[in-house]
Each structure stands twice: as structure tokens, then as C-alpha cells.
Design a protein around this ligand. Structure first.
Ligand SMILES: CC(C)[C@H](C(=O)O)[C@@H](O)C(=O)O
Ligand code: SF4
Length: 418
């Protein structure tokens, strides 16, 4: 029978020949992730079900990223609690405060391979779909069941495949592609379905850029955001992991498949305006918006490509007086790479503040918050009311190129047409 990628992966994970969209299945979990914010809740839930030992310590990954280094006593105590848990359970895949944002660290350190079923206590766990894994965010109570049994139930999702074609213009990135798609389908346009990205635009993108698309699948309600593994996937995995894996693809005649064609040939840089991710406009239409802060970073756009793009804009330029520019590499490895390539030097000379790898102001709980009436232009993925601090502040979302251009001028700025 013809099946989608999701159906094939979930069939294998539930030891069946075939599954169909709508079916409820019990899947074996390959990787389970908790971090410093959601981990403590999972440990509490695990206590509530009287479980002392996790099902498989090798399949659990714990990065600290949201509040690192600890900025409050509560955060410090949560970190302590999790460090003790890691010791007591013999969890080797533990990344303390210095390693980076979970959704960069897991792929980077080789924990993600195609056709894995991965769950994480974080909504952007869908990022790993870029490597062909069925990965999704779950709550901490569900995670306690995974920790106890190694399994979780799923409703097999239908699939919406975005068939994306066309050559992107020079200053247009995968962030612009996904913002444009979300603007078209809306924030619940793919609710509880699997998003899939195919087409020649995707084939030409490297894995870092593909992760931006998969990362933001949740912003249109999708359960996961899959990309069929290819040679670029294999090149990314090489040297990172020895885990065996299988590759699957979607059959064109799978009954639960819907295809939406997207042409990006003429796409311009995009911006999501407050307070919804689907309130998307071309950057050129919101150039009158003055900004107080830019944030280049997060699990969406804190990767080396983003830092290179931002540095090429900022090189030899100065950040406008009155604008705070925060640059936060998504991981220690990326930080090191940016240092080696001279990018950090460019940022510091331009007047940016380079912070340690972490989520930063992305969810408004740690560093770099904005106050009443302030405007942030951010390369992250959410601009809900209050997301980066004050509910009276506003958050716009863009690529690193638009953010860097805007840091120089002090207002949202579309890069020059090339
Ligand atoms: C803290 C965590 C539960 C949350 C999420 O699940 O997404 C955060 O990472 C976010 O981006 O809002
Ligand atoms: S960078 Fe932002 S979106 Fe990503 S995990 Fe951290 S808080 Fe969530």
C-alpha cells in the first residue's frame, strides 16, 4: 500500500506492515529529550507514577539551554536536580550549561538519524524532521510515560506536502520561505498533520537551512516537518553518528497526502508582524517600523549560515546608536566556528553584544528582555504578545540578513535588491 514518510516511520516504530492516517498506534521511541525548563516537571511526573529507573538511559538526551547559566536561585536548583538525576540514572547524553540550544545540539552531536521517532519536551522538537526523523514535542506528563516504558501513542497524521520550487534571490533565505508559507496557510493551517517539504528549492538547501523550515512547522500547527533524506543529509550525518538508519520517502499516490505547490522564484524578504506568526508582510512594506533591539540567534536562526549572513551585512558598519544588537550562537561549536572565521570580531566591532549559547530572549524568560513599548526584531520563531518580555512590547520576526540590515539603520530594512 502507498504510504507517506510519516506512515512508513510510524509503521516501523509500531512493528506493523502498514498504518493509515487517523489510526492510533503505540510507537517505540528512539530518542527522548528534556531540557532545563521541562525536565523538572518530567521528574515530578515520574515520581507520581512511582518509577525509579528509566527504560533506557542511552536513549535519553538532556541539554541545558533555556536559563543558562542559571540566572535565578530556582533555575540553579532545577539544574542541580537534573544533574543529580543524570548521575543516578547513568545518562551519558547530558549537555550542561555551555553546549547550546537543544535543537541545535541534538542534530549536531549525532543524536538524530532518518526514520527515528523522537519526542522532546519542547514544541520545536519538530526541527529534526530536516534529517528525516519523525520528531515532535510532547508534554512532561507524556514524557514520564516514555521514560518509564519507552513507548508513546500517536494518532497517525495526514500529510501536507509543500512542493517548493524556484531559485531564491540573493538576500532571500529559508526563513523567508517558511514565513511566506505560514502567512499563506495560517497558524493552524497544518494542524495535527505532518508537514513535508520537497521540490528543487529544498534539494538545493543545506541541512542548516532545511532545519529552519522544519523548526517552524509547529508554527502552522504541524505535528512534524519532514524532509526526505538525500546526499546532503548523509554528508551531514557522516562523522557525527554511527547509528544505523533507514531512509524512507512519500509515495506520490499515498491516500492521505495533499500537495501544495509553492513558487519562490520572486519571493522577497519577509517579516512576521506582531502578535502572530502568520501576520506576514514583505519587509519592504514595514520599513517605517523603528526598532530598539535585534536578536540574531535561537533554534531557528542561530546557526553558522545565519551568523555568516549577518556578519557579511555588518562588516565595516556600525550598529545604530540606541539599538541593542544581541548575537547568540546556537551552540558552542557554532560559537567556535564563528570565532575561527572572524565573525565574532565583526559583530563586536559593529557594536553588537555577543552572548553565550542559549535561548536568549526568545521566550522572554532569560536575558535580553524588552520593556513596555519597545520593539524587537528577532530571528527566532514566535512573536506572541509578551514573548520577549513586556506584553506592551512588540516582536517582529525575520531572517538574519533583514535583522542585521535593520540594526544598522534603526528601522526594519529590506536588503537592497540584487
Ligand atoms: C520552554 C518550552 C516548553 C517552550 C516550548 O515548548 O516551545 C520553549 O522552548 C518555547 O519556545 O516556547
Ligand atoms: S530558542 Fe526559543 S524556540 Fe527554540 S527552544 Fe529555545 S525558547 Fe524555544
Amino acid at each position: 500500500m502507498s504510504m507517506t514518510m510519516s506512515e512508513k516511520i510510524l509503521a516501523k516504530a509500531s512493528n506493523q506492515e502498514k498504518v493509515e492516517a487517523g489510526e492510533i498506534i503505540m510507537a517505540d521511541i528512539d530518542v527522548a529529550m528534556i531540557h532545563d525548563l521541562t525536565g523538572p516537571l518530567t521528574l515530578q511526573a515520574l515520581k507520581d507514577i512511582n518509577t525509579d529507573k528509566v527504560w533506557d538511559s542511552e536513549k535519553i538526551v538532556i541539554p541545558f539551554d533555556h536559563q543558562v547559566p542559571a540566572d535565578t536561585l530556582v533555575a540553579a536548583e532545577n539544574h542541580q536536580m537534573l544533574r543529580e538525576f543524570v548521575k543516578e540514572q547513568g545518562i551519558d547524553n547530558f549537555y550542561d550549561v555551555y553546549e547550546g540550544v537543544c535543537h541545535q545540539v541534538l542534530p549536531e552531536k549525532g543524536h538524530v538519524v532518518p526514520s527515528d521517532v523522537i519526542v522532546g519536551c519542547d514544541s520545536h522538537t519538530c526541527t529534526y524532521g530536516a534529517l528525516g526523523a519523525f520528531s515532535t514535542g510532547i508534554g512532561s506528563t507524556d514524557m514520564s510515560m516514555v521514560f518509564a516504558t519507552g513507548q508513546l501513542w500517536f494518532r497517525v497524521p495526514e500529510t501536507i506536502q509543500f512542493n517548493i520550487n524556484g531559485q531564491l534571490k540573493e538576500n532571500v533565505t529559508s526563513k523567508d520561505v517558511i514565513l511566506n508559507i505560514i502567512g499563506q496557510v495560517g497558524q493552524d493551517g497544518v494542524r495535527y498533520k505532518a508537514a513535508e517539504y520537497t521540490g528543487d528549492t529544498i534539494a538545493n538547501m543545506d541541512v542548516d537551512d532545511r532545519m529552519v523550515l522544519s523548526n517552524m512547522a509547529i508554527e502552522m500547527g504541524a505535528k512534524t516537518g519532514l524532509i526526505e533524506p538525500d546526499q546532503k543529509t548523509e554528508a551531514y550525518l557522516k562523522g557525527r553518528t554511527n547509528k544505523p538508519y533507514t531512509k524512507v520517502s512519500t509515495d506520490a499516490d499515498a491516500p492521505s497526502l495533499e500537495v501544495i505547490d509553492i513558487d519562490v522564484e520572486d519571493l522577497e524578504p519577509q517579516v512576521a508582524c506582531p502578535n502572530y506568526v502568520d501576520n506576514v508582510k514583505p519587509a519592504s512594506e514595514v520599513e517605517d517600523v523603528e526598532i530598539d533591539q535585534i536578536f540574531i540567534g535561537s533554534c531557528t536562526n542561530g546557526r553558522i549560515n545565519d551568523l555568516r549572513q549577518a556578519a557579511s551585512v555588518l562588516k565595516g558598519n556600525t550598529i545604530k546608536k540606541g539599538v541593542r544588537a544581541l548575537v547568540i550562537p546556537a551552540s558552542r561549536t557554532i560559537y567556535q566556528q564563528a570565532l575561527d572565521e572572524g565573525l565574532i570580531d565583526i559583530f563586536v566591532k559593529a557594536g553588537a553584544l555577543v552572548c553565550n549559547p542559549c535561548c536568549g530572549p526568545c521566550l522572554g524568560g532569560h536575558i535580553g528582555l524588552i520593556g513596555d513599548g519597545e520593539v524587537s526584531l528577532s530571528t527566532s520563531n514566535r512573536n506572541f504578545k509578551g514573548r520577549q518580555g513586556s506584553p506592551e512590547g512588540s516582536v517582529y520576526l525575520s531572517s538574519a540578513i533583514v535583522a542585521a540590515e535593520s540594526a544598522i539603520t534603526g528601522h526594519i530594512t529590506a536588503p537592497e535588491k540584487k
